[in-house]
Write a protein that binds this ligand. Structure first.
Ligand SMILES: C[S@@+](CC[C@H](N)C(=O)[O-])C[C@H]1O[C@@H](n2cnc3c(N)ncnc32)[C@H](O)[C@@H]1O
Length: 182
């Protein structure tokens, strides 16, 4: 099992009109879902994706995508604009859930926690069993939250000194863990 957990500072927390981008950069959430959950013609059944949305009007919202249960989805942006909008309206979609929860209590429930940060330890030097990776949006993880994860035993892990898009980091981690057979 792999988990990716995105901190979205501005992702809107109610049904929205218009584009994902204009809904508090929910386009970043969509891109991260894509890179977490899909291989070519396949859903990654052993992956969960979580986004914590801190945008208006009703933060925080915990969005979960469970690869083991995900059903009736495509990879295009319009499919996910509809799914996210419907889920935020309270309509069910198999494998997709929302609840009112902040990221701190959720983080406490996890073992084997990593924080993706370019200044962390080289990912190639670590061994993984059932890892959970926290990452930031276009602004990055709030410092205070990142420090609290590290203080509770999380390891900071790096993909190198270049800064990547949030979604790219997920793609790279999936690729490296696939190669390691995790
Ligand atoms: C677009 S980056 C954030 C950029 C933001 N401007 C900053 O300075 O942190 C989004 C997230 O991807 C992850 N990330 C980006 N590059 C990385 C790297 N080289 N190694 C590990 N994680 C990385 C971090 O978790 C970061 O918060």
């Amino acid at each position: 099992m792999r988990r990716f957990i995105l901190y979205s500072r501005t992702g809107e927390t109610a049904p929205f009109i218009g584009t994902l981008r204009n809904a508090g950069r929910l386009d970043i959430v969509y891109q991260c879902i894509l890179m977490s959950m899909f291989a070519s013609h396949a859903i990654r059944r052993d992956v969960e994706f979580h986004a914590f949305l801190y945008g208006r009007p009703n933060p925080p919202i915990h969005l979960t995508i469970d690869g083991g249960r995900l059903y009736d989805v495509r990879v295009d942006e319009e499919t996910w604009r509809k799914i996210l909008n419907e889920t935020l309206s309270g309509a069910p979609h198999e494998g997709v859930g929302v609840k009112k929860e902040g990221i701190e209590p959720y983080a406490k429930s996890l073992d084997e926690v990593y924080v993706l940060n370019e200044n962390g330890e080289d990912i190639e030097r670590l061994n993984f069993k059932s890892p959970s990776f926290f990452l930031g949006d276009h602004v990055g993880l709030p410092n205070k939250f990142e420090k609290s994860l590290i203080a509770k035993g999380a390891k900071s892990v790096s993909l190198g000194k270049n800064k990547y898009l949030a979604s790219s980091t997920i793609d790279i981690v999936n690729y490296l863990l696939d190669r390691k057979g995790v």
